[in-house]
Design a protein around this ligand. Structure first.
Ligand code: F3S
Length: 756
């Protein structure tokens, strides 16, 4: 199942009818993004126009991709649904759990030993449920997806923010939380707020040292890290069609860094070339038949201001190479003098210690070949590396081809470390220091997407700057952050002044791609006999047991914590070292709400156990209530659960006996996640009732037996002096969601329906 041509044919066969119907109901020409969205409506042909930024719409994605860190809980949950197979084509990619240290061979061996139980679990679940499995070392999820699965006009979701990379091949591809992926795997619809649309018109042509990376670094500068929130960014214009498909992928990939829902490009010849080069001529042939539906209507790009919510113009001929950072991907500086001034003023170390090329953003054959053209010049001109260089190829196919074509050999001549085809330093999986917290201040340059503090090496003092692969190579060779390869000379081993020529490279390998073992494992046709084994003593994996329904009588529940102020999913379920336990609900629950500030005492992870009068951590206190058979309630402020779609933030409270989360307002995704886990997510009808809640309060739900859509619930709050407040609570449960509650979780309901 390299890819599913029948599924693609089906998407294309319904396109004309559905897109034409959408154009009729919308009453104007359509953008590409709208065509893809309207062609993927769960309910089929559009019968009404949706309001951007407002309407929640059910979609039917074509594919799902999961990476190894997020797949664990997603698949553990899917196993609960009682389905024999996933409902839509799905793949799992092992790329996040591989540390970069000594080089590919040793590092991969090490990962296969320390994370073997996780990899074996993912492999066996994939085999059982018809999921394509990409082994450790096969490559980075988004590069592998672009090479094998992405197709123009398709819609996919993935349990990773950079799923958006597939926009480079004309998809609407969106990063989601595990709970959303599980719904789609189980055959349910996927809900999304109909996005706003930002158009980016690219005129001119990239040349010299300017790369696709610089386009997105410029867009990040213009829109800032939040400017794309809730929007699809659609690129068009002559500058777009002149760019390679993998270059488009780079631009879409970093759309995540401006908060965009996703980014995309219309189908063009670069995509056709890429499809044919990656052994998908049949997809290109099918796409060619529906070409006009795989790009916007002509009027849209002629008068974009009329059809997009915002339009940005970038003339590629005037764009120069940029370095973005440190600590945020939207802080742009042009190479050379401006960097000298900024770095000096801000005390950014000018000496560069590492250059890193890779990540899902920039690890294509073209990226490696352009960077290697600079490395080759360093060899030819007698230059010595002033910084260290590390390379993570994007996939085994890219690595194998680049090795065959001598590209990796060029880097190796400069003593570069070739790391595994995996995320490595991009996700902190870089064993650079023995004690990163106390490591020295330094600068690095990389071709990745994110450069937050500690992201690459765990050292808060590492200043990471983001650049194109070719500029990363040049800066690493020069060892200077403010090196301008277009004007600056370097002194070679013989004391002569030399300069770099402009980088050159191949969009696609001239001799074609090749690979011996791509690292793909096809699932068996009938997985019913496949055993999924999880050791009961494992500390990283734990099979889930279905949650029991909370019932319609919740009385005597105790306040667990009244969270004060901001309470994001990170406060509820911290990341960092806890990521190790993502597949073990009981162990990861030891981080539940430890980042939230308790309104009583204003400390974190310090709450009262009303049963003993003693104070302790939130998880321990919750466990004590649970052991005593007492439900608990979490109270919170505005926008509770904002941040990520992490399902652990809902599963942990459910696991530790929290019956209800009552807040002034919710971040919508978290609210839905609570509903999916079969618990109560409620809001104060009167916000000031938050102030009534006291530390020793007990809660009685008075009319839960009448739980119904659009009907408030009543809560009796009993204070320690015996006085009571009776307050009203709002909710947004529809009947289906109340059914989830009644069954104990959405997955319990799916399982019940399966067995019916
Ligand atoms: Fe991996 Fe970094 Fe991309 S963690 S998926 S290479 S953003």
């Amino acid at each position: 199942m390299a890819f599913d041509i029948d599924m693609i044919k089906k998407v294309y066969s319904q396109m004309a009818e559905r897109v034409d119907a959408a154009r009729d109901v919308v009453g104007r020409p359509l953008t590409l993004s709208e065509k893809i969205l309207y062609n993927h409506l769960w309910d089929g042909k559009a019968t009404k126009a949706f309001t951007r930024g407002k309407d929640y719409v059910d979609f039917a994605p074509d594919r799902i991709a999961c990476q190894d860190a997020t797949a664990q809980m997603a698949l553990l949950q899917f196993m609960q649904a009682g389905k024999p197979k996933v409902a839509v084509p799905t793949t799992v990619h092992c790329d996040h759990l591989i540390q970069a240290k000594e080089g590919a061979a040793k590092d991969l061996k090490h990962a296969n030993s320390v994370s073997s139980e996780v990899f074996e679990f993912l492999a066996s679940v994939s085999n059982k449920y018809g999921i394509g499995f990409w082994k450790p070392g096969a490559g980075i999820i988004h590069q592998v997806v672009l090479e094998n699965y992405a197709f123009p006009g398709g819609m996919m979701i993935g349990t990773d923010s950079h799923t958006v990379n597939a926009g480079g091949l004309g998809m609407v591809a969106i990063g989601v939380g595990g709970a959303d992926a599980v719904d789609v795997m189980a055959g349910m619809a996927w809900e999304l707020k109909f996005p706003k649309l930002i158009g980016v018109r690219l005129t001119g042509k990239l040349s010299g040292w300017t790369a696709p990376k610089d386009v997105i670094l410029k867009v990040a500068e213009i829109l800032t890290a939040k400017g794309g929130t809730g929007a699809i960014v659609e690129y068009f214009g002559p500058g777009a069609t002149a760019m390679s498909c993998t270059g488009k992928g780079t631009i879409c990939n970093m759309g995540a860094e401006i908060g965009a829902t996703t980014s995309t490009f219309g189908y063009d010849e670069s995509m056709e070339r890429y499809l044919r080069a990656t052994d998908r001529a049949d997809v290109a042939d099918e796409a060619n038949k529906v070409k006009e539906y795989l790009t916007a209507d002509a009027e849209v790009y002629a008068n974009p201001e009329q059809y997009f919510d915002q339009v940005i113009d970038i003339n590629l001929s005037e764009l120069g190479p940029l370095l973005n950072g440190p600590f945020t991907p939207d802080l742009s500086t042009t190479v050379g003098k401006e960097m000298t001034e900024k770095a000096t003023a801000n005390e950014w170390p000018l000496q560069v210690e590492w250059g890193l090329i890779g990540s899902c953003t920039n690890s294509s054959y073209e990226d490696l070949s352009r960077a290697s053209s600079i490395a080759q010049q360093a060899i030819d001109k007698g230059l010595k590396m002033k910084a260290e260089l590390g390379i993570n190829p994007g996939s085994e196919q890219v690595r194998y081809t680049a090795e065959r074509d001598g590209i990796l050999g060029i880097f190796e001549q400069l003593d570069a470390k070739i790391f595994t085809n995996a995320c490595g330093p991009c996700i902190g999986q870089w064993a650079r220091y023995s004690d990163p917290k106390n490591a020295p201040k330094n600068s690095i340059v990389h071709s990745f997407n994110r450069n937050f503090a500690k992201r690459a090496d765990g050292n808060p003092n590492t200043h990471a700057f983001v650049a194109s692969p070719e500029l990363t190579a040049a800066i690493a060779i020069s060892g200077r952050l403010d090196f301008n390869p277009m004007t600056d000379k370097l002194i070679n081993e013989e004391g002569q002044e030399v300069m770099f020529d402009e980088p050159t490279g191949w969009e696609l390998p001239p001799k074609g791609f090749a690979v011996e073992d791509a690292g793909y494992v096809e699932p068996v046709v009938d997985g019913s006999k496949v055993e999924v084994s999880v050791s009961p003593t494992s500390e990283r994996l734990q099979l889930l047991t279905p949650f029991k329904p909370l019932g319609n009588k919740i009385e005597g529940a105790k306040l667990l914590i009244k969270a004060f102020g901001k309470c994001t999913t990170d406060h509820i379920s911290m990341a960092g070292p806890w990521l190790r336990f993502r597949g073990h609900l009981d162990n990861i629950s030891n981080n539940m709400l430890i980042g939230a500030v308790n309104a009583f005492g204003m400390k974190t992870n310090f709450v009262k156990n009303q049963l003993t009068g003693e104070y302790g951590g939130v998880p321990d206190t919750a466990r004590a209530y649970k052991a005593a058979g007492v439900h608990t309630v979490v109270v919170g402020d505005h926008n509770y659960g904002e941040g990520s779609s992490r399902e652990h933030a809902a599963m942990e409270p459910r696991h530790l006996g929290v019956a209800a989360v009552i807040v002034k307002s919710f971040a919508r995704i978290h609210e839905t996640n609570l509903k999916k886990q079969g618990m109560l997510g409620l809001t104060f009808a009167n916000e000031t009732d938050y102030d009534l809640i006291q530390e020793d309060d007990t809660f009685n739900f008075v009319d839960l037996n009448e739980f119904a859509p659009d009907k408030q619930l009543t809560l009796e709050v009993v204070h320690t002096d015996g006085s009571k407040d009776v307050i009203k609570l709002n909710h947004t449960y529809n009947q289906a969601q109340i059914d989830w509650y009644n069954e104990g979780s959405a997955l319990n309901l799916i399982k019940k329906e399966n067995n019916a």
